[in-house]
Design a protein around this ligand. Structure first.
Ligand code: A5P
Length: 224
């Protein structure tokens, strides 16, 4: 098993029968979906909500019952990866472009377990460009405001076209270099009209970070 896989499998140990589970997006969350699918096929009863259309379809293929996002009233546990995790449990997410749904799921879950390999651990966030979801018609104006905040911003492209999120929006990736105060920056970005949501997840949303290593070890960091 690789580092992502051991962290994901360890997180799935927290799933209990009857739970509503939030399923993350990305190459690390993939292993959690795979593991959970095997448990469901073995008789574990639960329901899940996906943080992206891709995850919903992966989960369905794995046999996991997916409930409509609009019908969900409560999420017990959310398991997802991250692009960066700092010492205070703050995260950068959205490398896969699913940050809006991911943040909604994280905010509405009793417990959020972040699963990462050790390369995602940083002292200070900011080396990974911060994804910010923006309304398409105001994308250029919004991008300029993000640059005024000290970042170098670029509209995300995929296969030669502007990337479109599951919500029909664009993503601006902003290179800040070093983010000294992630909580304040998250607030400052989110008050710009045209911004839908930033990929900065304050550490207060996170209960545990599981850090996997290729030798099979998993460090469990619990947020006090
Ligand atoms: C998806 O939008 C992201 O937030 C992912 O959770 C993040 O990019 C981590 O992805 P990997 O597990 O593929 O590195």
């Amino acid at each position: 098993m690789n580092a992502k896989q051991v962290a994901a499998y360890k997180a799935v140990e927290a799933v209990q029968a009857g739970m509503t589970v939030g399923l993350g997006t990305g190459s690390t969350a993939y292993f959690a979906i795979e593991r959970l699918g095997a448990l469901v096929r073995n008789g574990l009863q639960l329901q899940a909500v996906g943080s992206s259309l891709k995850t919903e379809s992966l989960a369905r293929e794995a046999g996991i019952p997916i409930v409509d996002f609009a019908e969900v009233r409560h999420i017990d546990l959310y398991i997802d990866g991250a692009d960066e995790v700092d010492e205070n449990f703050n995260l950068v997410k959205g490398g896969g472009g699913a940050l809006v749904r991911e943040k909604i799921v994280a905010f509405n879950s009793d417990t959020f377990i972040v699963i990462v390999d050790s390369s995602k651990q940083v002292q200070t966030l900011g080396a990974f460009p911060l994804p910010v979801e923006v309304v398409p018609f105001a994308a250029n104006l919004t991008l300029r405001h993000l640059e005024k905040m000290g970042g170098k911003a670029a509209l995300r492209q995929k296969e030669g076209r502007t990337f479109v999120s599951d919500n029909g929006n664009f993503i601006v990736d902003v290179q800040f270099g070093v983010i000294q105060d992630p909580v304040a920056l998250n607030v400052a970005i989110n008050v710009i009209p045209g911004v839908v949501e930033s990929g900065l997840f304050p550490g207060t949303m996170v209960q545990r970070v599981l850090v996997g290593y290729d030798d099979g070890r998993v460090d469990v960091r619990v947020h006090a």
